[in-house]
Each structure stands twice: as C-alpha cells, then as structure tokens.
Write a protein that binds this ligand. Sequence first.
Ligand SMILES: *Cc1c(COP(=O)(O)O)cnc(C)c1O
Length: 361
Amino acid sequence: MTFSLDDLPIREDLRGMKPYGAPQAALPVALNVNENTHPVPAEVAGDILDAVALALQDVNRYPDREFTGLREAFAGYLGHGLTRENIWAGNGSNEVLQHVLQAFAGPGRTAFSFAPTYSMYPLLTRGTGAQWIAGSRDHDYTVTPESAAAQIAEVQPDVVFLCAPNNPTGTPMSLEVIEAAYEASPGIVIVDEAYQEFAPRDTASAITLLPGRERLAVSRTMSKAFAFAGARVGYLAADPALIDALRLVRLPYHLSALTQAAATAALAHADVMLGMVDEIVAQRDRISATVEALGYRAHESWTNFVLFGGVDDPAATWQALYDRGVLIRDIGIPHHLRVTAGTEAETSAFLDALASLESGV
Ligand SMILES: *Cc1c(COP(=O)(O)O)cnc(C)c1O
C-alpha cells in the first residue's frame, strides 16, 4: 500500500503546499541555484580540515551553545563596530530567517515582501503558521521609497523581508528604500544581503543603518560569495535585544561543533575565500553583454546571476539547454530565465549552448 500526504492528519494550512524543489540534476554545467562554482581554495581547505579534526576530539560533548568564537569571527568580518552580542548564526541563512519568523511571525501574524522575490520567504512564513502577503515592484523590479512605505503602511506586516540585492531579479535596493520601509513598518524588517559581496565595492550595507533601529536585522550567508553552500552557514546582525528573541526559538546546540570549527577557520581566510568574487562578477557582466547581443534583455544585476527576458518559451529553452548539459533556472516569470555566473569555462558552455539554440543548431 502506498500513501500520500492526503492520507495523513497534516496541518490544514500545509495541505496542497509544495516543498522547495530546485532540481538537483547531475549535469556537467550546473548554474541553477546561485552557488559559487569555484571550489574552496586548497590553502584554506587544509586549515578547515585541521580545525574540524580538532573539534572531532571533543565531539562526545555538546558544542558551545552560544558559538562564541564564531560570532566573534562574524563580527570581525562585518566590521562597523559590531560585537558578538550583535551576531546570530544558523545552518544556512534560511535557518536564521526561520528563527526570525518563529520569534516574530507565527499564527495570526503576517510576513511581507515585494514580489517577485526569494521563493523561500513564503514557504518559511507558512511553516510557522503565519500568513504571507506579496507586495509589488515597478516594471523594472525596483521599488521606490514612496511605494515601499505606502505598501507596508497599508499591510502593517509583523515581518518585512527586503532582499537586497533581490533574488531572482538581481535588482539593487538603496538604503533610502530600506529606511522608508523601516519607518513605515510596525514590526521587524529583515534585509537579506545574501549577495552583498557581489555588489559594487563602494556600496553601503544596511548594516550601517543598524544603530538606533532595534527592529532592523541584516542577514548574510556563506553559501554564495564564500563558496561554502554545502557547509550550511548563514548569519545575521542586529541589536542584542533582537538576538535575545532568537534564543527563545532555536534548538539547543543548533550549530554543530564541526560547523562552528569549519566556519571559523574559513572566516580566518575571508580574503582568500572571497578571492573569486571579482572573477564571478566579470563572468556575470559577460553573461549580461552576451545575452543582450543574442537579442535577449538582461536585467541589471548586483548578484552572481543574471535574469534575462525576451525568451519566447522558457520551458522549451530550459529543456534545450538541459539536453546540452547546462542546467539553469526557470523561476516562473513569463518569458524569463535565470542563470548563475560560473567559472569562465562553465559560463562559456552556457553562452555557447544558448547561441546554438538561436542559430537553430
Ligand atoms: C541563496 C540565498 C540565501 C542563502 O541561503 P542559505 O540557507 O544560507 O544557503 C538566502 N537568501 C537568498 C535571497 C538567497 O538567494
């Protein structure tokens, strides 16, 4: 006998929901989930291995529940006068966002963002029993301070997500928009800076807005720029009071000793770990220029991926690229596809495959 979800006494609000499901196909060129496709540099890998080996000697004991050393390392990496009291971390920034929702959303409450945006926000929101409300962006996916304030004032959400720069569109968001959203909001405003390291060098982080704003939080991840997606490490900076709220909902010892050791060792080499960012940005800009030359429209991107429009039949183009060994992402925006900037060779493989479709080869 085989059963399905419908046979189970599952929560009514979870019925009919679909799990996050980006395909994990073993294709030669995988540019679909915005990973850093460069491996961890060999000189850092050795140090990480040594740190993990050391942590293994004490793995019979529970890890430091407060992951003190790692929080200090994140505070040092972020700068701006932050201390470990300002830092939280989890198994990926998705877990950090879940902690925020568990503490500040939940049944009878609402979370809000400007669509299209990161597909995990509604899933994480509904997982806590809260209601998801999607606002809108302008035609070029930007949001003005006036529009942000008006939409948030109307909805009065308990949690606002601002994805800056935005996934899946790549669109930057100015500090003026973030300030306006904060002023209009009665609740928590979380700025998701998963792609901040790919923005132009002189771009100010929302971290500069933290002083005096106790309802503001800024999340980051080691999954993208740091080439550490498989290790599952994300983090957040906020007022110490907000960090205290997250302690109420986390599982005890949620960050394993091995994770803490690996992440702390990697952060000690932040400059080397981030060494590939410039190269990835160059490949991103090459993608934008080349798809434009092929007759598509590349949207401005401050991330490690490009959303391009002008695709007659995204499902067919996605499949044709798949058949040529190249995996990209159909994120459901009509006439658009999204591709991650890979190594130079991977990026060439994608661009050559796309060009071959154009010419009907
Ligand atoms: C990739 C991504 C994350 C990172 O998720 P992790 O759980 O840290 O791997 C967070 N937010 C956005 C918008 C992303 O695209």
